[in-house]
Design a protein around this ligand. Structure first.
Ligand SMILES: Cc1cc2nc3c(=O)[nH]c(=O)nc-3n(C[C@H](O)[C@H](O)[C@H](O)COP(=O)(O)O)c2cc1C
Length: 210
């Protein structure tokens, strides 16, 4: 990959698994950390976003960005919303794609497509590019229970160096709200990306008297 491009570039894909608030919060945190974010949103992700968060995202990338700019609590000048078949996007080529990519939330369908290199839409292609370029790929998979097929797909990708992070927040930080649970997952994702975060106290470092 070209060395002259900033390291603070990342691809974020929202697929149609439950957990839209994770994806939204992660996007806010990446933008707040001054990352250039290439956002890919599947059709099913737009349905989930409307169902879980009441946010109706238009299908066109420009209109979708406009809706997000109004909604997000973060600077949006470095947000690039990509079309589902925008094969000319930088994320579609190893010569220009960011080295990091997160699929959050990641559906079982997207998991399977990525595990099998389908590259049938821009998100699948972007993941395939990160894999072939030996970049960092992180999948926040959400389904329950997992079938053998899901587990096999996760194992296959894990053996290729992909980080599989089930959307399964802990409770040991004594969450008081859904936002606290969302922040737990997003904090762990940011930790794995090497991005500084102060969303949740670190284990053994909080000041609570026990
Ligand atoms: C409200 C809603 C919630 C869903 N939750 C999940 C889920 O948690 N996990 C999953 O694998 N699929 C879930 N689905 C089904 C996926 O959206 C569906 O399989 C879709 O084809 C995935 O496509 P995508 O990966 O391209 O977004 C959900 C669908 C809807 C409408």
């Amino acid at each position: 990959m070209a060395t002259s491009m900033s390291d603070k570039r990342i691809t974020l894909a929202w697929s149609g698994a439950s957990g839209a608030p994770y994806g939204l919060r992660l996007l806010e945190c990446l933008l707040a950390a001054d990352y250039e974010v290439y956002l890919l949103v599947s059709s099913a992700a737009r349905v989930v976003l409307a169902t879980e968060h009441g946010l109706k995202l238009p299908s066109g990338p420009e209109a979708a960005k406009e809706a997000l700019v109004k909604h997000l609590n973060a600077p949006t000048d470095k947000l690039v919303v990509c079309g589902k078949e925008d094969w000319f996007s930088p994320v579609a080529s190893g010569s220009a794609a960011p080295k990091k990519m997160v699929v959050c939330p990641c559906s079982a369908g997207s998991l399977a497509a990525i595990a099998h290199g389908m590259s049938d839409n821009l998100a699948e292609r972007a993941a395939d590019v990160v894999l072939k370029e030996c970049g960092q790929l992180l999948l926040v998979v959400r389904e329950t229970p997992f079938s053998t097929l899901h587990l096999e797909n996760m194992l296959k990708l894990s053996q290729m160096g992909v980080t599989i992070m089930p959307a399964a927040p802990g409770f040991y930080h004594q969450p008081k709200s859904i936002d606290d649970l969302v922040d737990f997952m997003v904090a762990r994702i940011l930790d794995h990306l090497g991005i500084e975060q102060v969303l949740v106290p670190r284990w053994g470092y909080d000041q609570r008297d026990k």
